[in-house]
Design a protein around this ligand. Structure first.
Ligand SMILES: [Zn+2]
Length: 124
């Protein structure tokens, strides 16, 4: 994961934490000072609507909206070349450590679909 995304993930974890304390506020201020303003700006636009601005990409699926991601997006994330946004929900994407994913958290639609079927899943 590249650095702005690491910082953003820490920030999101803190800001969505249920029990913030004084240290949390200080850390949030520190992280907000480090992350590029345009990234914070987009993150905040989602956050004010109660959404997390950063979603993990697991098994090539965005965990924010459960839409399948193009392989090119995953490859870019793997190589830490660039920041990627989910086309469907607009969240920043990151690849979590494989080891850090509990099996239950993996989406069930992990099977490789042979032909891209038109999904009838309603977007929210
Ligand atoms: Zn998404």
């Amino acid at each position: 994961m590249n650095e702005p995304m690491q910082d953003l993930l820490r920030l999101q974890t803190l800001e969505f934490s249920e029990k913030p304390d004084k240290n949390t506020a200080a850390l949030i201020a520190e992280l907000r000072g480090k992350i590029p303003p345009q990234i914070i700006g987009h993150y905040d636009r989602l956050r004010v609507r109660g959404k997390k601005g950063l979603a993990a990409a697991i098994n090539q699926v965005c965990t924010g909206c459960h839409m399948r991601l193009p392989l090119a997006v995953i490859m870019t994330l793997k190589h830490e070349q660039d920041i990627q946004l989910c086309d469907s929900c607009g969240r920043y994407l990151y690849l979590p450590d494989e080891a850090a994913i509990p099996p239950a958290a993996k989406p069930q639609a992990a099977k490789q679909a042979r032909a891209p079927r038109r999904s009838s899943l309603a977007k929210h």
